[in-house]
Write a protein that binds this ligand. Structure first.
Ligand code: RUB
Length: 289
């Protein structure tokens, strides 16, 4: 038998490459960002590295909550293993409650790519429900394409819309579902730019509107400091790489939706209105307060 060559892994560069992939949105969506940050914490857990990981994407309390949980363990590998158990458990609970709002023959609209929304829709399809989904392409990074492909793979009929066609989907749909990056004490839900616009339209057409999310997207820091959640403003070059002194390209990646505008937050706590959701968070996740 030939010698097995031991590969030299440069852990520093692995840490840096995870950070780069989070920053450049190669790793996309709050859940995937949190999972990747936990992997990076196993490589480097000194104060400075922890600070870097917490700030890679500003609008990500799930990442901060998970890092805090894992870092409280003496053995970081065990901490990350235990923190990671949260994800499949929350998925199961979110799907259990979320299935109650999805009916046979529904038309559903979603925006961007939320793994929570995709998992719920896949679970609904696997449970035998037939429905169609309208997906916005989500300029400038086209996360809607990932959503469309994931749903199509699950055997779901998808209508893919450029963002400016959103009204067509919103008029036709029964429900608008979106994910979350952050939820704050004053009931603001941060999600991909465009979400608030679509919520306002969906309301105008009397559609049901739900945010599908793990409860750990709630930012406990806002309980102490009030709503100070920062919104990610990204490089304008992602939109248009133009050099012209009279043109400034804006690239606001997220916006806030007032939770009072929607029918409920679907999380591991059930389907709840914002005040109930926050009170349940305070009761269940005391260790994060
Ligand atoms: C992704 C986005 C998602 C939330 C929730 O934005 O806004 O809706 O992150 O995702 P980006 P999930 O592509 O800029 O990261 O449900 O997977 O946690």
């Amino acid at each position: 038998m030939g010698k097995v060559k031991k590969r030299n892994v440069n852990f520093n560069s692995k840490f840096e490459s995870i950070c780069r992939d989070i920053k450049t949105v190669k790793i996309q969506g709050a859940t995937n960002v949190a999972k990747a940050a936990l992997e990076a914490l196993k490589i480097r857990r000194d104060k400075q590295s922890l600070k870097i990981l917490k700030n890679l994407r500003p609008t990500e309390p799930l990442t901060r909550n998970m890092l805090k949980f894992a870092n409280a363990f003496e053995d970081i590998n065990q901490g990350v293993r235990e923190a990671t158990l949260y994800f499949p458990w929350a998925d199961y609970m979110i799907n259990y409650y979320g299935l109650k709002v999805i009916k046979n023959n529904d038309k559903i609209m979603t925006h961007c790519h939320s793994s929570n929304v995709v998992k719920l829709l896949t679970a609904a399809r696997n449970s035998g429900r037939k429905f169609e989904v309208y997906v916005t392409e989500t300029r400038p990074l086209f996360q809607g394409r990932k959503t469309a492909l994931d749903l199509a793979k699950a055997g779901i009929k998808v209508y893919y819309l450029t963002d400016l066609q959103a009204r067509i989907g919103l008029k036709k749909c029964d429900i608008f579902l979106f994910g979350a990056d952050a939820i704050t004490v004053d009931g603001s839900i941060a999600n991909k730019i465009g979400t608030e616009l679509f919520v306002d339209l969906a309301k105008q057409y009397n559609k049901k509107i739900y945010c599908v999310t793990q409860a750990l997207k709630f930012d406990p820091e806002t309980l102490k400091e009030g709503h100070k959640e920062k919104l990610d403003i990204r490089d304008g070059k992602e939109v248009w790489d133009i050099k012209n002194k009279n043109i400034e390209v804006l690239n606001n990646a997220f916006e806030f939706v007032k939770a009072e505008k929607i029918d409920g937050i679907i999380s591991e706590f059930g389907i709840k209105k914002i005040n109930d959701f926050i009170n349940t968070f305070k009761k269940h996740y005391k260790f994060l307060l």
